[in-house]
Design a protein around this ligand. Structure first.
Ligand code: BV8
Ligand code: ZN
Length: 262
């Protein structure tokens, strides 16, 4: 493993442009359950059941019950050392683009924690699957800060839009739904130009997000993976670090940032 960490150190230290793709694994040590790992979120429910427009049309109460409980749970979680190290990298190295599949908002909170009274926006990620803390009106498309006290006792008590009384939904991208073209377009452009794509905590099975490292690789960049398990990306990675994000991301990036200061 030391060899792989050394190799990854050199690759990141030498990189001009870095793109980072994170998945649920980067939030695991913050207590947020992953989707597909043991005890993952999807274990008790199948994604097709809940994270689809069809499920919401069929039973908006059940879907809101799942999202309201996740929203409340995540609001009690805090960014871990991986989120903080990635925020520090993005704030100290301007040619870094953070891209996340996560909807938990922990990268934003890490950016604000690290930036303190400086501008945190350089470390805000591109959220390709949206944000669980935001509501979206199914009718007029208005986006508003999400409520923590969503009343899911019946379809009648579900949240409605203040502008048009349309049904609100969590502002996340469901299976079968298109990603925001601006967000995924910016992600692909950053991936194409990147010298290094650092992939942290994703099973790399959900598209089009999983194309990000493939685009860097095809454009001649190198892929580094941090994951306790192998994934479909492992064979393409120049360094695949087996372990937890909370330990390996700070280890990988700390010296790199010191290097950059010189
Ligand atoms: C689209 C938001 C087209 C909601 C999510 C067949 C039928 C239908 C669709 C498809 C199909 N085949 C392909 C598709 C497309 C589909 C897809 O890719 N399906 C997959 C499952 C096969 N994609 C879509 O539908 C996308 N849209 O294609 O639209 C279109 C185009 C034009 C017009 C109309 C339509 C939309 C996909 C977005 C779905 N929304 N989330 C919500 O969160 O509730 S996806 C969901 O999975 C989450 O966002 C999650 O982030 C994402 C990916 O999962 P991971 O993040 O990788 O998490 P996972 O648990 O899987 O893995 C965790 C990893 O971490 C593991 O590897 C584990 O080892 C590691 N780990 C654990 N602990 C740690 C760790 N690593 C480091 N440290 C640790 N401590
Ligand atoms: Zn509305």
């Amino acid at each position: 493993m030391i060899g792989a960490l050394e190799r990854a150190h050199t690759l990141v230290g030498d990189a001009e442009r870095i793109v980072v793709l994170t998945g649920a694994g980067v939030s695991a040590e913050s207590g947020v359950p992953t989707f597909r790992g043991s005890g993952g979120l999807w274990k008790s429910r199948r994604p097709e059941e809940l994270a689809t427009p069809g499920a919401f049309a069929r039973d908006p109460r059940l879907v809101w019950e799942w999202y309201a409980s996740r929203r409340t749970f995540v609001s009690g979680c805090v960014p871990n050392d991986a989120h903080l190290a990635l925020a520090r990298l993005a704030l100290t190295h301007s040619a870094t683009t953070l891209i996340t599949q996560n909807v938990d908002g922990l990268h934003h909170r890490a950016a604000e924690a690290v930036a303190r009274d400086e501008d945190p926006t350089g470390a805000y990620p591109l959220e390709v699957h949206g944000a669980i803390h935001r509501d979206l009106c199914s009718s007029c498309g208005l986006r508003t800060p999400g409520r923590l006290d969503v009343d899911t006792t019946s379809a009648e008590t579900l949240p409605r839009c203040d502008m048009c009384a349309g049904m609100l939904r969590p502002d996340v991208v469901w299976f079968g739904e298109a990603l925001d073209p601006g967000v995924i377009g910016a992600s692909f452009e950053a991936a194409r130009l990147a010298d290094v794509c650092l992939v942290v905590g994703t099973s790399a099975v959900v598209y089009p997000a999983a194309s990000v490292p493939e685009i860097t690789h095809q454009a001649g960049g190198t892929v580094i993976e941090i994951n306790p398990e192998a994934t479909p990306l492992t064979s393409m990675a120049a360094a695949s670090l087996r372990g937890l994000a909370g330990e390996l991301v700070p280890a990988l990036l700390a010296e790199t940032m010191i290097d950059r200061k010189r």
